[in-house]
Design a protein around this ligand. Structure first.
Ligand code: VG1
Ligand code: CO
Length: 544
């Protein structure tokens, strides 16, 4: 058993995006490509000799091969112990939970989250630090800097580890422990929520639920928690087998891609509650019978009802939301007399606020909600939070959301995505906006008067780090907003995201259709950004 030092040359395209490095599978399969990135992670860390690393992925194509490489490299680089999920499976929130529980030095997650998988799909890798959260920008910047100059990596010349058997083996001086993927995570959930009450509620005969794992990582977690621990009927979890290509689907829990679930919840004799998760289990979509809860509203409702749930009975220290997320949570924070922080897109920006005890709940409009229980967004946690609230309040999802709007007003909200557009043209569109926002304040567009317009810049209140160019915000005097940004998770061309929001205080107008209610702003976004011209599209690919 020898440590091999392999000569390599840098790849120029290993800059991590919103959530780690994501590329098409064939890119990751190029000789040395994954190895270079893994060694660059290790090279930019200090003090991990003899420490614990957590490794797991969402089960997509190339997961097992990548894990074998990482185990051999972790051993060759001197980690003392590696905890790896059985079958190579660990959801993103489970990795966060395990890093924290076992005081690991950090973790590596293999996932491209909501991007499709398979031989022609996407793959991804991201590093999480000892707090269990995604590496902050100073760490990802250091990793990227290293990828540009790397000339060798270290790997053990040994045979593969059996990932399917729960057992401990040694690779050189490193202990490799294959652990059950679900146990630690399920125990954490049980500590936060009233499982007995939820169980009575979902087995009492008056409530039916349907959980869709989209053939991605949450299948085993959802079956263990809902069907086995909480006794929901067998079949409650649909699409529950993780598949390497997610059954050909797009494991993104929104109204477009979670169509099986949408059909059930909007069909005849629909159940009372439905939920879906994404590829790596950190996102959630919540549906009631014939009713969709926007992720921004979901965060606001969870915040307003948090004290009904055992783990949050003491109340919230604060709320944090990403900039494009609607301002619905801000209204709850104002009423509770707590702070609401506005951060750039990406969970890594919540880490410092959570560690400092300034925020308890966090959320993003992209179907991500979470809390200080881990340092990642957490799909099944959000589902359990909703079920706990429903079990206490014994009202429908729709009634709870409508009552919420009656108290706080409704932030009517949606996002339009233009996927796979030409990168140069998308950059031109953003460049034009950037040039225009400086002089936009005070201008009027029909009934809308611009209050402020900028390219969002964030100064972290804990460590003072500054993140610039995080998206164009145009805020109007009546509280409406339009936000434009380019995705940082795609692998082909560019994706333009346009976020639209309008506030409606009058309950008599809360039932309006979202697209109709936002029609003026949609028109205005087109006028300001010339979307059709620069994207070559006359409508969005995803409306959510
Ligand atoms: C998207 C979402 C963002 C989320 C990120 C990672 O990023 O907008 O809110 O944090 O995906 O989520 P972007 O840059 O494409 O807009 V996950 O669940 O895909 O890791
Ligand atoms: Co995800």
């Amino acid at each position: 058993m020898t440590v091999q030092t392999v000569s390599t040359r840098p790849f120029t395209d290993q800059k991590p995006g919103t959530s780690g490095l994501r590329k098409q599978v064939p890119t990751f399969q190029k000789p040395h490509y994954l190895q270079n990135f893994v060694q660059s992670i290790f090279d930019s860390l200090e003090g991990y000799q003899g420490q614990t690393l957590v490794v797991g992925g969402d089960g997509r194509y190339y997961n097992r091969e990548a894990i074998q490489i990482i185990l051999k490299m972790a051993a060759a680089n001197g980690f003392g112990r590696v905890l790896v999920g059985q079958g190579g499976i660990l959801s993103t929130p489970a990795v966060s939970c395990i890093i924290r529980k076992y005081q690991a030095f950090g973790g590596i997650i293999l996932s491209a989250s909501h991007n499709p998988g398979g031989p022609d799909g996407d793959f991804g890798i991201k590093y999480n630090t000892g707090n269990g959260g995604p590496a902050p920008e100073n760490v990802t910047d250091a990793i990227f800097a290293r990828t540009k100059v790397i000339d060798q990596y270290r790997i053990l010349d040994v045979s593969d580890v059996d990932l399917d058997r729960i057992a401990t083996t040694n690779l050189g001086n490193t202990r490799i422990e294959v652990i059950d993927a679900v146990t630690d995570y399920a125990a954490l959930m049980e500590a936060l929520f009233d499982f007995d009450l939820i169980q009575q509620f979902i087995t009492g005969g008056n409530f039916r639920l349907c959980i869709d794992s989209l053939h991605a990582v949450t299948g085993p977690y959802a079956k263990a928690i809902f069907e086995r621990r909480l006794n929901a009927p067998a079949g409650t979890v649909q699409n529950g087998e993780p598949l390497e290509d997610f059954g050909g689907g797009h494991p993104d829990p929104n109204l477009v891609y979670a169509k099986d679930l949408v059909k059930v919840l909007f069909g005849d004799n629909a159940p009372d509650f439905g939920a879906a998760s994404d590829g790596d289990g950190d996102r959630n979509m919540i549906l009631g019978r014939h009713f969709f809860v926007t992720p921004s509203d979901s965060l606001a409702v969870l915040a307003a009802n948090a004290t009904l749930v055992p783990g949050y009975r003491e109340g919230l220290a604060g709320i944090a939301r990403s900039m494009p997320t609607s301002q619905a949570p801000d209204r709850v924070a104002a009423k509770l007399g707590i702070d609401c922080y506005e951060t750039p897109t990406g969970w890594k920006f919540f880490g410092n606020l959570l560690d400092a005890g300034k925020a308890t709940l966090c959320g993003e409009e992209s179907f991500g909600t979470g809390s200080n229980h881990v340092r990642e967004k957490d799909g099944l946690w959000a589902v359990l939070f909703w079920l706990n609230i429903l079990a206490v309040r014994k009202q429908s999802v729709e009634a709870i959301v409508k009552e919420h709007w009656a108290i706080y007003g409704r932030n009517i909200y949606c996002r339009h995505d233009y996927e796979g557009v030409d990168s140069d043209r998308a950059n031109t569109l953003m460049g034009n906006l950037r040039a225009a926002v400086g002089t936009m304040a005070g201008k009027s567009f029909g009934q809308y008067q611009v209050d402020y317009a900028d390219d969002f810049s964030y100064t972290d209140p804990i460590d003072g780090s500054v993140s610039q160019k995080q998206g164009i915000r145009i805020g109007f005097k009546d509280g409406s907003r339009i936000v434009f940004r380019l995705s940082g998770t795609g692998t082909q061309g560019a994706t333009l995201r346009v976020y639209l929001e309008r506030y409606e205080a009058d309950p008599a107008k809360h039932d309006q259709d979202t697209q109709v209610a936002l029609a003026d702003l949609i028109q205005l976004a087109e006028e300001i950004a010339q979307i059709k011209e620069w994207t070559g599209r006359d409508r969005p690919t995803v409306i959510t």
